[in-house]
Design a protein around this ligand. Structure first.
Ligand code: SF4
Ligand code: SF4
Length: 338
């Protein structure tokens, strides 16, 4: 009997999600036994034309990682959607926009200027040459994919069946997802393939939170001695655990908590949270002593808020493209691209 066909593809990402497949270790041999990998440009020499030559729906499942920011990524995501029965958004960038999505606080021109132009002190580019979609050279025409003004999650471009969250997805979750898909025992379309509870629910430090938690200082994890047993929030350190889905580790705690670092929120929110950043701001506000009139009088609250370095990057580190803010507003190019 023919084996199910599987494709892997990466869009705007760091490569960590490709590593996450390798991190299956010996389980990758089990996967290779069960399926035919028919497309994996990062690891095997397949061409886009190989996929174009397939019948629609011929691929059983395509795992697509990375956010979408170029024409090429849109084209290949659409192609894989057409050729696949199931599309899984693999990893935080594909699921939520991820770290590349923070670029939505700027626009294409600013990004090009900071990478290739005068805004980058180490760049020597007196003629201000920036990448062009078409460049004429003596040998002919060279083309590059168009770089979009706005970073998108995969489901803002094609229909997605399932989401495997995380930066990067934990190998045990990836293996479970593959087994589930191959068994045909599929959850409802749109399901995030990780437990639907918050990280705090499973965190062994949760019990160290006092019944009435109030903070009077925001601490940076790199500047204080962190108690390895105590809840980060109780130490005044921002931890996204209250608004982040559990699943990065198989049992308790999260991968970061285990190594004494606060959660940054890469698994995205549990079901029902519309805007992770707004939810975290509300969670923080609830422990800032807003009900105490003295605090309000002394301007203590705004001085506490001022202590949060990079609030946008803290609260929307992985979720800006799918948030209510979505991107920096008032940009004409963006309007044209919608
Ligand atoms: S806020 Fe962070 S450290 Fe505290 S219980 Fe939640 S996940 Fe654990
Ligand atoms: S603890 Fe938070 S940031 Fe760290 S891997 Fe888990 S979900 Fe991601």
């Amino acid at each position: 009997m023919a084996k199910p066909k599987v494709a892997f593809y990466w869009c705007a990402s760091c490569g960590g999600c490709e590593e996450a497949i390798i991190d299956l270790n010996e389980d990758i041999l089990k996967v290779a036994e069960l399926v035919d990998i028919v497309f994996w440009p990062c690891a095997m020499d397949y061409k886009y034309q190989d996929v174009r030559n397939m019948k629609d729906g011929e691929i059983t499942v395509a795992f697509i990682n990375g956010a979408i920011r170029t024409d090429e990524q849109v084209e290949i995501s659409r192609l894989l959607r057409q050729k696949s029965q199931i599309v899984v958004a693999f990893g935080a960038c594909s699921h939520l926009g991820g770290i590349p999505g923070l670029a939505n606080f700027w626009d294409r021109d600013t990004i090009f200027n900071s990478s290739y132009g005068s805004a980058c002190p180490s760049v020597d580019n007196p003629e201000n040459i920036i990448p062009q979609v078409i460049s004429k050279v003596p040998e002919g025409e060279l083309t590059l994919p168009k770089f979009h003004n706005t970073v998108k999650s995969l489901d803002q471009v094609v229909e997605v069946d399932y989401y495997l969250p995380g930066c990067s997805p934990a190998p045990y979750l990836t293996m479970k997802a593959i087994e589930k898909i191959l068994s045909g025992d599929l959850p409802a379309k749109g399901t995030v393939l990780a437990p639907n509870k918050s990280l705090c629910d499973q965190c062994t430090r949760n019990d160290t939170k006092p019944e009435k938690l109030t903070i009077d200082k925001i601490n940076r994890v790199s500047l204080v001695e962190v108690d390895p047993e105590k809840c980060f929030l109780a130490q005044g350190i921002i931890c996204m655990g209250p608004v982040t889905r559990f699943g990065c580790s198989e049992n308790d705690d999260g991968r970061c908590i285990k190594v004494n670092m606060p959660c940054r929120g890469c698994y995205g929110p549990p079901d029902g949270v519309k805007d992770t950043g707004a939810k975290m701001v509300a969670a923080l506000a609830s422990i800032m002593g807003l009900e105490d009139e003295e605090n309000m009088k002394d301007n203590k609250i705004s001085s506490l808020m001022d202590q949060i370095i990079d609030p946008a990057g803290t609260f929307y580190r992985f979720t800006l493209p799918v948030s209510m803010l979505r991107r920096k507003q008032g940009n004409d190019t963006e309007k044209r691209e919608k």
